[in-house]
Structure formats: structure tokens, C-alpha cells
Design a binder for this molecule. Structure first.
Ligand SMILES: Cc1ncc(COP(=O)(O)O)c(C=O)c1O
Length: 404
């Protein structure tokens, strides 16, 4: 069976897939159809944070499947409700969560909740509904979340977009101040921009943003869909900043590969949703929630400290590469969310690494994005650096031949 040919014939061609058919995965490894093993430094875009087919997650899923797979949110089912208690208690005092299936949906829900809260808190003469977002951001692919995304390439062919999203400069508090007016209801930001090229926000900037939102009675929404669930060495990226949002969104790694999104709101705004305001057939699916309960157990402080130790080693080894290769402009990131910014397009380096047994990704054309499972060891870093070094050497030679 020619999988690639069937894919091109029957699936809408929206993805530029790598030339790799995956047959099996376990922990930090993938295997292709010929049995070749790959070290995964991408985790399916920061999804399998506790490792592929993690035994505890697999057992929980099997167990739940034997009980019930789906019941509808019109009845009570324990995995979702227990997860809600654990997740909310980890986040806010007296907060609440809405469960969905994906990152885009989690953000869509945050936008709707903010607008509803804005409606309830508007004065008679002025409605609050405008949301300040950021240049270079990414919040998803639904029409509202694409409208909140600050990259024009995602807006192509979709006009008119959803109205009243305005865009400030990332890490520039004055540019946010200029956009705030009586109609502003929320500011929405990724504490670390992921798709945009791994740009962490500055601590002073996030603190100033929190203060600005408090002063103006505006909600602060953090999109932690890529940077949350331990990716940065803390459960939430915002814990690295000592700044708390009013709403935080999670998805991707929340159920380690099963679809689950969560919009968690504090007591200031969670009450704004009432019966009928929002809903989802599959949101908070029992199997996904059972998997997520295991993820929350696994991602404890010891687990996170281990991931930080390996991350530290990874940065040291990457800096060595930077010394050696002038095509590396800089290395950015927090914890195991790392960007290697290049002077050249990184696409061929990604392919070269893949051919040599290492899975990485390139975003924003020039940024190699490393998002390994948080269980990797120093020996995995050594292997990854060796492959990266060989690939960079090969590409540097090609680049020199072509342009110099
Ligand atoms: C920060 C951020 N927000 C939202 C999304 C959308 O998530 P999903 O693809 O699950 O809809 C992504 C996906 O990459 C993301 O990185």
C-alpha cells in the first residue's frame, strides 16, 4: 500500500509532510516503516511531553476505555470532574475550567468568556469587547483565533476576519498602552511565542502588562498551549515570571497525545459563563481526561527539575555549536522550549537531521525548534548535538558554495 500516494489523493493538501512514515513510538523514540529508529526532539509539536506511549498514560486510557468512552456533557462523568478539581486547584483559588478538544477551541473559549465578561462589566455608554494581541503571535486556526493571530501569512484568503483584535509589539509595554481604550476587554499573549520563532517575553514586560490590566480592569489571558504543562521547567510558563493571568489556556500536552483543551479562569471572570453560553460534544472526553490525570501526576517537581537539568546541558552544548557555526545567529528559550535562530532557511537542516535519525522542526523559516519530550537524558542531548553538528556542517558547505 502506497501511503504517501493515497494521502496526496484523498487528504486536502494543507500539510507539508516530511518524507517519513511512522509505525511505532515509545518514550523519546519513533520508528519508521523499515524499523529505523529516530530520536524525537519535537514531541509532535510539544504534545508527548511525558514520552510517547507513556505506560501510566496507556494504562489509564485502557482502563477508561473499558468503562466508558463517551457519555455527553449532559451527564456527570468522574474523569472530567476530578481533572477539573486538580487542574483548577493547581492554577487559581476558586477558579473554574471549561474543557474542549484543542488549542484553538481553548482560545476561542477564552475569547468568548472575555467578551461575555466584558458585556457584563460594560457601562451603559460603552461596550467592552476589543482584545489586544501581539505581532508574531499564534493562537489557532478557527476564524476568531486566526483573527487574534498576529501574522499576516495566516490571514491570507480569509478576509474579512473577526473584528476588534488589535496588535501590539511583543515585549513593548508602551505599544500596548497606546492600544488600550474604554472598549478594551482583554490582552491575550503567549508568554513564550512558539510558532513565531521561540521568543520568551521579558519579565519586566509581563509584570508591567499585569499591572496595566489591573489598573484598567482588563483581563489578562495567557495562551500556554505550546509552552505549558512543564515545557519550561515549571508546570506553567508564567511561574517563571511570577505573573498570574486571569485566564490561561492549555491543550497539546495536557493529555499527552489525546485531544483535550482547557480554558481555566479565575474567580474574577469564570462566573461570566452561564447555562447555554458555551458547549462541546466531545470537550472533556473521559478517555482524554483519564490520560490527563496521569499527566498531572507525572509532571511533579522532581520530574520538572530533571528536565531542567537536561535543558541546562542542552543549552551548553548548543552554545558550543554556535561558537563553531557562524550561521547560528542566536539560541533562545526557556527549559526544553528552544529555538536556534539561523542566518539561513532551516528546512534542509531539518531534513538532513531526519535522514540521520533526529526529528526537529523549523518555524518562521529560520528557527530550528527543539521541543523534546521532557524525559530525555544527557545521552540523548549528545546524540542530538552530534546529528545537528553533522547537518550544520553539510549545510554550511552547501551555503558557502552557493553564495560565497
Ligand atoms: C500557542 C498556540 N496556541 C494555539 C494553538 C492551536 O492549537 P491546536 O492546533 O490544538 O488548535 C497552537 C498550536 O500550535 C499554539 O502553539
Amino acid at each position: 500500500m502506497n501511503i504517501k500516494k493515497i494521502e496526496s489523493e484523498y487528504i486536502m493538501q494543507t500539510y507539508k509532510r516530511n518524507d517519513l512514515v511512522i509505525k511505532k513510538s515509545k518514550d523519546q523514540f519513533l520508528w519508521d516503516e523499515n524499523g529505523k529508529r529516530y530520536l524525537d526532539f519535537f514531541s509532535g509539536i510539544s504534545v508527548c511531553n511525558v514520552g510517547h506511549c507513556n505506560k501510566l498514560v496507556v494504562d489509564a486510557v485502557k482502563n477508561q476505555i473499558n468503562n466508558f468512552i463517551h457519555i455527553s456533557n449532559l451527564y456527570y462523568g468522574s474523569p472530567q470532574i476530578i481533572l477539573a478539581k486538580k487542574l483548577v486547584s493547581r492554577t487559581f483559588e476558586k477558579g473554574k475550567v471549561f474543557f474542549s478538544n484543542s488549542g484553538a477551541e481553548a482560545n476561542e473559549c477564552a475569547i468568548k468568556l472575555a467578551r461575555k465578561w466584558g458585556f457584563l462589566n460594560s457601562s451603559k455608554i460603552c461596550n467592552k469587547y476589543e482584545i489586544v494581541c501581539f505581532n508574531n503571535s499564534f493562537h489557532g486556526r478557527t476564524l476568531a483565533t486566526i483573527s487574534a493571530t498576529g501574522q499576516e501569512k495566516f490571514h491570507k484568503y480569509l478576509m474579512p476576519l473577526q473584528e476588534k483584535f488589535v496588535f501590539a509589539k511583543f515585549n513593548d509595554i508602551n505599544s500596548v498602552k497606546k492600544l488600550i481604550n474604554d472598549k478594551t476587554v482583554a490582552v491575550m499573549i503567549e508568554p513564550i511565542q512558539g510558532e513565531g520563532g521561540i521568543f520568551p517575553s521579558d519579565k519586566m514586560f509581563l509584570k508591567a502588562l499585569r499591572k496595566l490590566c489591573d489598573d484598567k480592569n482588563i483581563l489578562l489571558i495567557f495562551d500556554e498551549i505550546q509552552c505549558g504543562v512543564g515545557r519550561t521547567g515549571k508546570f506553567y510558563a508564567f511561574e517563571n515570571y511570577d505573573v498570574k493571568p486571569d485566564i490561561v489556556t492549555l491543550a497539546k500536552s495536557l493529555a499527552n497525545g489525546l485531544p483535550l483543551g482547557a480554558t481555566i479562569a479565575n474567580k474574577k471572570c469564570a462566573y461570566a459563563f452561564e447555562y447555554g453560553d458555551h458547549g462541546s460534544t466531545f470537550g472533556g472526553n473521559p478517555v482524554s481526561c483519564a490520560a490527563s490525570l496521569e499527566v498531572l501526576k507525572i509532571v511533579n517537581s522532581e520530574f520538572l527539575n530533571n528536565s531542567l537539568k537536561v535543558a541546562k546541558y542542552l543549552y551548553v552544548r548548543l552554545e558550543e555549536l554556535k561558537e563553531k557555526f557562524s550561521i547560528i545567529k542566536c539560541i533562545r528559550g526557556i527549559g526544553l522550549m528552544v529555538g536556534v535562530d539561523l542566518m539561513i532557511n532551516g528546512r534542509d537542516i531539518v531534513t538532513c537531521c531526519m535522514n540521520n535519525g533526529l526529528i526537529i522542526n523549523c518555524t518562521s523559516d529560520t528557527v530550528l525548534r527543539l521541543l523534546p519530550p521532557l524525559i530525555i537524558k544527557e545521552s540523548d542531548v549528545d546524540f542530538a548535538i552530534k546529528i545537528l553538528e553533522e547537518s550544520l556542517e553539510y549545510q554550511t558547505k552547501n551555503y558557502t558554495k552557493k553564495y560565497i
